[in-house]
Design a protein. Structure first.
Length: 207
């Protein structure tokens, strides 16, 4: 009799949790983690392109040292961040991650603007391949980031809604930070570069 009663109580508890959104929260939380993992994968893909891209441009534009240093330092800053699954729950770490990736994105944009001054570089097959990979990766980054933003928005909306908010409070589910709108605009906007009158003339010969 007691065993049967325990089973009934357990079934009632499980049914109550399901009705209060517990299972849905679990699924949505997992969706956020998967979306975040894809964001990291695509940003890593971009970082992996940097050394070859910089070295290729250097072969034609040795005088653009400032831009090379900016890209290298920005990549190093990205690599120094300790980012993992828990980052999605830490507003400050997520802000630092977003700022570092935005800085690298801006530096890469300036590097590509520099390439416009070197026709022979633009005609180089290796550079064209790297440029195509970078463009494709930037598109993947945008898609992955947008999916993550939507996933977090769905999760946050779920745990704020009654009666899910009661279940969320009971089990410690909290609002997750998201990418800021202002920083998103900055990342997606190409920087304006003024070479001024002291820009060195394009190299006359290839490496």
């Amino acid at each position: 009799m007691m065993k049967t009663l325990r089973v009934l109580v357990l079934l009632l508890i499980l049914g109550g949790l399901s009705g209060c959104g517990y299972n849905a929260m679990q699924r949505q939380d997992e969706a956020v983690k998967q979306a975040w993992s894809e964001v990291l994968n695509q940003y890593q893909r971009r970082a992996d392109l940097v050394p070859n891209l910089v070295n290729t441009v250097k072969g034609y534009a040795q005088h653009e040292e400032k831009v090379f240093v900016e890209v290298t330092n920005a990549r190093a800053k990205v690599g120094s961040l300790q980012v993992n699954a828990d980052t999605v729950n830490d507003p400050e770490k997520l802000k630092q991650f977003q700022a570092a990736q935005g800085e690298l994105g801006g530096a890469l944009s300036r590097l590509m603007v520099v390439s416009e001054n070197y026709p022979q570089l633009k005609a180089d097959g290796l550079f064209q391949n790297l440029q195509a990979q970078l463009e494709g990766t930037e598109n993947r980054v945008t898609v992955a980031r947008n999916r993550y933003i939507q996933s977090v928005a769905d999760y946050n909306s779920m745990i704020r809604t009654f009666p899910n908010n009661l279940t969320a409070k009971m089990f410690g589910y909290q609002i997750k930070p998201n990418f800021s709108v202002d920083n998103e605009k900055a990342i997606s906007t190409a920087p304006t570069v003024d070479f001024g009158t002291n820009t060195p003339a394009p190299a006359s010969s290839a490496h």
